[in-house]
Design a protein around this ligand. Structure first.
Ligand SMILES: O=C1O[C@H](COP(=O)(O)O)[C@@H](O)[C@H](O)[C@H]1O
Length: 302
């Protein structure tokens, strides 16, 4: 597989010929890094992302796992998604890493969530469960308690409106939800206090997590805030919860998966700048490493 590398100060861009290869590469990197970290620490905390590429990553990881346990599924899956065929460490070594991972020591979190009912298909957590996590919990030793979903909107559907005037009513539901997730993060992460690996994708407007350009959440620099509510997201649905930029910046490894021409403009701005409120993804930096996995289209303006 050919991969081109470009560096932008502390940020590195890895450019793959196409979307499948970019996704396979970030999955392989995730599995390798998780395995490496588990060798020297008790647990690994991973923040997942929603969106098309974020969920496609989990589909690929599951396909890879199925190919390990059921070799007959291997050919079809390779044709479908190039999962392990394109993985940088080689199909078998990535599959072996996946096979040997101790999921009882891996915890999954989210960078953001759409604040909708628990059974709403828009939920990032529900999509992630369908793609991979429920299978990990049912068959591969991932304890249910290691899946740390952001809270869902507990209100009955007919009481929820998203008119501007209803911001107060919505905040009454969102603020305790944000604070419950913050408490869970603080309790679970303890002295470590940060994510090991935080995965993100980026919208064409440059948002990541639910931090949107020019919105108040991206200007919040109070380090005691880990999670914030969003009442009027420009991307549907309008009510959301998001990790803050300052908490994200405490993560060890911050990795982006970004594909498609429509994200090329935002990608070039995010990689060339740091902490630019007009391009929130420019805030995405890790203490150990900041890596962008791109396909050629998304990287076309770099
Ligand atoms: O709504 C969201 O969108 C972004 C980006 O999604 P994509 O489909 O353009 O890849 C995602 O990062 C975020 O988690 C999600 O809530």
């Amino acid at each position: 597989m050919t991969v081109e590398t470009k560096t932008f100060g502390p940020k590195t861009a890895l450019i793959y010929p196409d979307r499948d290869q970019a996704i396979s590469a970030i999955v392989a990197a995730l599995l390798e890094k998780t395995s490496q970290l588990l060798a020297s620490q008790d647990r690994v905390d991973i923040a997942l992302t929603g969106g098309t590429d974020g969920i496609a990553m989990l589909d690929v990881a599951r396909a890879l796992m199925e190919s390990q346990t059921n070799p007959e599924s291997r050919t079809d899956r390779t044709d479908d998604c190039h999962a392990y065929a394109q993985a940088p460490a080689g199909p078998d070594s990535v599959g072996l890493i996946l096979d040997s991972l101790d999921f009882s020591r891996i915890h999954f979190w989210w960078g953001d969530e759409r604040f909708v009912a628990a059974d709403d298909q828009d939920r990032n957590a529900l999509q992630a469960r369908d793609a991979w996590l429920d299978d990990l919990a049912a068959h591969h030793g991932l304890p249910e308690g290691n899946i740390h979903e952001m809270p869902a909107d507990p209100r009955p559907e007919q009481t929820i409106t998203c008119e501007k005037d209803d911001a107060d009513a919505n905040l009454k539901a969102l603020v305790p939800a944000a604070s419950a997730y913050q408490d869970e993060l603080l309790n679970q992460l303890g002295d470590k206090g940060h994510m090991d690996i935080a995965l993100f994708s980026m919208g064409p407007d440059g948002h990541f997590a639910s931090l949107f350009p020019g919105y108040p959440q991206i200007f919040d620099d109070d380090d005691s805030h880990l999670v914030l509510p969003v009442v009027d997201s420009p991307k549907m649905p309008p009510l959301r919860l998001t990790l803050t930029a300052s908490f994200i910046q405490g993560s060890s490894y911050v990795w982006f998966i970004v594909t498609g021409q429509r994200k090329a403009e935002a990608a070039v701005r995010a990689l060339h700048t740091v902490n630019d409120e007009e391009v929130p993804s420019s805030f995405g930096q890790g203490t150990e490493e900041t890596m962008w996995f791109l396909d050629r289209q998304a990287a076309s303006k770099l």
